[in-house]
Design a protein around this ligand. Structure first.
Ligand code: HEM
Length: 477
């Protein structure tokens, strides 16, 4: 038989088996409501069988992939990545539909391997009643009323970090800003979760957490010695440390206002308390959500301020006025002062927009959903693309230039979502902003810094950060 006829036969067998498989797929079998029957799938390409467009996504800067798709297909398009059919949404209305107004039709979705590492009871894997209750606890421990008491501790953590980076005379130590910001953010996370924690426990948690963090972005498998399996072991040890802390707390009947205190005091209407595992999963979840996010944004802020000396001067002038009012920094910063730093605050907002470190989020449709005439089939992933929205020139003119003054006028509602939107939006946003304001105050009033090397670029760790974590040198003024 000729090669071409063989090829034809194979193609027919392949296509017919695809057809048979598809006809068994729940998406093809299910009877649809009339509105769903007339709806069509969004435009877009599903790529190659099995791999879909995964290679296109990961062989370049993912944001280029999203931007080129949006240019070609518009604000809603389908694709297929990491084995999942997806609908991507690049308009504020569509993001609001998924995250706020129709949030009940979309559930959070994470790979099983990641869920295992953080802990399946962490709030961001859930929706409904359990999520609602836990979220209330987390929100209470991170509310402005609670975190205002943390100002002195955040200040001393920021000052001691900066002092440790600043080179003594004749010593040219180069700091990996992102790595150091991670340490700073971790310490603040510990403060929010445990209050003043014995340094021995803090070091044990840090050591094991670092191993979990390394494993989180590695290939999941249970082969001994791999980063993922080491991470699972470290995660177990963290559970033991937290259980020990919980026993101590209970023994001493401590009533604290931190997250651990809120979770230990919790009882539902039937008198049911949270289990140690539920508490541990949520502690790890919060530490996880707090660390890399805050560290990445702070790293970008240092870069943006360094690259715009005029802006840096304006921030310095604002902060020096506070420093002078506090008798050259002899008096501590007050909560009220942190609420009155308009220029610095706009720098933070613009950094959040420009870097859009959480470029998108994932949900999964729990039933067939029709949005603007397009069908989102049950089980498909849905991805609101925050970065595309933040970089849309119709919403943020000249989106690629760093211009904090654009925030002198508040952005249109639901167009600026660095902390997400709706039921899963970030409960730590006030704490994150407070950390950044306090850090910047001490940085610009007492220190100066220079970037090392002039390589430009972005690395994904997994959030976007300047290349090599932004190597820099620091000096005390
Ligand atoms: C600049 C820093 C931060 C950024 C940009 C950020 C961003 C976000 C975003 C976009 C979400 C929503 C994700 C989604 O809808 O799927 C989120 C959720 C969350 N964030 Fe943050 N976050 C930051 C800092 C923090 C901090 C400091 C904490 C805690 C101390 C925290 C705790 C959480 C938690 C627990 C959730 C899950 C909420 C839920 O599922 O109900 N985040 N964050």
């Amino acid at each position: 038989m000729e090669i071409s006829s063989l090829f034809l036969i194979y193609t027919i067998i392949f296509l017919s088996s695809c057809f048979v498989l598809l006809s068994y797929h729940p998406y093809m079998k299910k009877r649809r409501k009339p509105q769903e029957q007339s709806a069509k799938l969004p435009p877009g390409s599903m790529g190659w069988p099995y791999v879909g467009e995964t290679l296109q996504l990961y062989s370049q800067d993912p944001n280029r992939f999203f931007a080129s798709k949006q240019k070609r297909y518009g604000e809603i398009f389908k694709t297929h990545i990491l084995g999942c059919p997806c609908v991507m949404l690049a308009s504020p209305e569509a993001a609001r539909f998924v995250l706020v107004t129709h949030a009940n039709l979309f559930k959070p979705t994470y790979p099983r391997s990641k869920e295992k590492l953080i802990g399946p009871s962490a709030l961001f894997f859930h929706q409904g009643d359990y999520h609602y209750r836990l979220r209330k606890l987390v929100q209470a421990s991170l509310s402005p009323e609670t975190i205002r008491k943390l100002v002195p501790d955040i200040e001393s953590t920021a000052i001691s970090a900066l002092h440790s980076w600043a080179s003594p005379p004749n010593n040219d130590q180069v700091i990996n800003v992102f790595h150091e910001m991670k340490k700073f953010s971790f310490n603040i996370g510990i403060l929010a979760v445990f209050g003043h924690l014995d340094s021995n426990y803090r070091d044990q948690l840090k050591e094991n957490y670092t191993i979990v963090d390394k494993g989180y972005n590695s290939f999941p498998n249970s082969i001994p010695g791999t980063a993922y399996s080491k991470a699972l072991l470290a995660r177990k040890r963290i559970n033991e440390i937290i259980s020990e802390l919980i026993s101590k707390w209970k023994e001493q009947r401590l009533i604290e206002n931190d997250l651990l205190g809120h979770m230990l005091n919790y009882k539902d209407e039937k008198g049911q308390t949270l289990s140690d595992d539920q508490i541990a999963d949520n502690i790890i979840g919060v530490l996880f959500a707090a660390q890399d996010t805050t560290a990445s944004v702070l790293t970008w802020i240092l870069k943006y301020l360094h690259d715009d000396q005029k802006l840096l001067e304006a921030v310095k002038t604002e902060q020096m006025a506070i420093y002078e009012a506090n008798e050259q920094g002899k008096k501590p910063l007050t909560w009220t002062q942190t609420r009155n730093m308009p220029i610095t605050y706009r720098v933070i907002q613009e950094s959040l927009r420009m870097a859009s470190i959480i470029s998108f989020t994932f949900r999964e449709a729990v039933e067939d959903v029709v949005y603007k005439g397009y069908l989102i089939p049950k089980g498909w992933k849905v991805m609101p693309l925050f970065r595309n929205i933040h970089h849309n020139p119709e919403l943020f003119p000249a989106p690629h230039s760093f211009d904090p003054s654009r925030f002198e006028v508040p952005p249109k509602p639901h167009t600026f979502m660095p902390f997400g939107n709706g039921v899963h939006s970030c409960p730590g946003n006030e704490l994150a902003k407070l950390n950044m304001l306090i850090f910047i105050h001490h940085l610009v009033t007492k220190f100066r810094w220079e970037l090392v090397g002039n390589e430009k670029g972005i690395q994904y760790s997994p959030f976007p950060v300047p290349l090599h974590g932004l190597p820099a040198r620091f000096w005390r003024n």
